[in-house]
Ligand binder design. Structure first.
Ligand SMILES: Cc1cc2nc3c(=O)[nH]c(=O)nc-3n(C[C@H](O)[C@H](O)[C@H](O)COP(=O)(O)OP(=O)(O)OC[C@H]3O[C@@H](n4cnc5c(N)ncnc54)[C@H](O)[C@@H]3O)c2cc1C
Length: 328
């Protein structure tokens, strides 16, 4: 009999799990609350021709396995190395290449989603585990299933809500994830500054500034920028209006560009990532709750590679439990 698996969350962790399980012969259904896929690997499109990577900025591979994935994507034209002019000394190992999806970060996961049964705009609101199988309740009221296994590739707080009352959820409450306010700007004319990237680990407001247009494959004729608020600053401003946050982060950016004034904006918007960067990880590849596995980047850290490792490990564990061979 075919193993049926539900995967909740179509970020990188959920998609890599789903892909791996499907390749081994499992029947996989992915549920994603948003209309778009990729979670925090995101590209905001605006006014027809504008694009902003307002979530993850670039990807680094530390393991051979993830490096091989990126190499494959590079050969397919979906990722390219990015070499921005950077005011800060590069942190980490000298050979850390900054990979970006082309033409947007979403290109990093698109091939993974091809051919998968993904139910978009479908929020899972309950999980019912019976003696033999699992059923899911959807926001619209209907229930789906039965499934033999469940992968929850969503933030720990949301997973804990779905698994309320189970002892494993105690471990989830120890995980901490900081929010991040992200600002997207398109200028009427180029900002004449000597950097494409600026970073700081000091107290806010800004932690990261990047000329989005300096990434390969973006339109070089429209000067687009992405600003990220520092974790502590974003936490303190969590419930503020986007319009107020926008003005404050733009003012901090103007200080940085001084004496050059910021050019007039053609587009300006702020987006709040409530769960952005892991501050305190779980410390293991995933949380094992029997037929239900819970994972995501927050298991190991704050990077896309952590999401990949967690997603793959969940799929491998399910295949091992079910006695199936991985074929990818
Ligand atoms: C501002 C910002 C900057 C970052 N910069 C970098 C960087 O430069 N380099 C780097 O490596 N990483 C960076 N990261 C982190 C990186 O984006 C994450 O590590 C990675 O994308 C996490 O993938 P994931 O699959 O674990 O989770 P997510 O991408 O969060 O995916 C979870 C998915 O689950 C869905 N979901 C949640 N609840 C439900 C539900 N009940 N029903 C259905 N669907 C649900 C969500 O909509 C989402 O699509 C950044 C993140 C942010 C926000």
């Amino acid at each position: 009999m075919t193993l049926s698996v539900a995967v909740v969350g179509a970020g990188l962790a959920g998609l890599i799990s789903a892909r791996h399980l499907a390749a081994a012969g499992a029947t996989v259904t992915v549920f994603e609350k948003s209309r778009g896929l990729g979670g925090r690997l995101a590209t905001r499109r605006a006014e027809g021709d504008l694009g902003f990577d307002h979530g993850a900025q670039y990807v680094i591979a530390r393991s051979d396995a993830f490096r091989a994935v990126l190499k494959e994507l590079e050969q397919a034209g979906s990722v390219t190395a990015w070499q921005p002019r950077d005011l800060a000394p590069k942190a980490g190992a000298a050979d850390d290449t900054w990979w970006v999806g082309t033409p947007g970060m979403t290109a990093l996961f698109r091939p993974l989603a091809e051919g998968l049964d993904v139910r978009r705009a479908t929020r899972v609101v309950s999980v019912t585990e019976g003696p033999e199988d699992i059923e899911l309740g959807l926001e619209e009221g209907q229930s789906v299933g039965p499934f033999d296994r469940l992968v929850l590739a969503i933030p720990p707080r949301q997973a804990a809500d779905l698994l309320a009352g189970r002892p494993e959820t105690n471990l989830l409450s120890a995980v901490q994830i900081a929010p991040c306010w992200s600002v997207m700007l398109a200028f009427e004319r180029p900002l004449e500054v000597a950097f494409d990237v600026w970073r700081s680990s000091e107290a806010g407001p800004l932690a990261w500034v990047a000329r989005n247009a300096s990434k390969p494959g973006r339109d070089p004729d429209v000067d687009t920028w992405v600003l990220h608020g520092a974790p502590d600053w974003s936490t303190a401003q969590l419930e503020r209006e986007p319009s107020e946050v926008l003005l404050e982060l733009m003012a901090a950016f103007a200080d940085l560009a001084d004496p050059q004034p910021l050019p007039p904006t053609r587009y300006a918007a702020a987006h709040r990532w409530r769960y952005a960067r892991t501050v305190m990880p779980l410390g293991r590849l995933f949380l094992d709750a029997g037929r239900i596995l819970v994972g995501g980047d927050w298991c190991l850290g704050a990077r896309v590679e952590a999401a990949y490792d967690s997603g793959l490990a969940m799929a491998e564990a399910i295949l091992e439990q079910a006695g199936l061979e991985a074929r990818s």
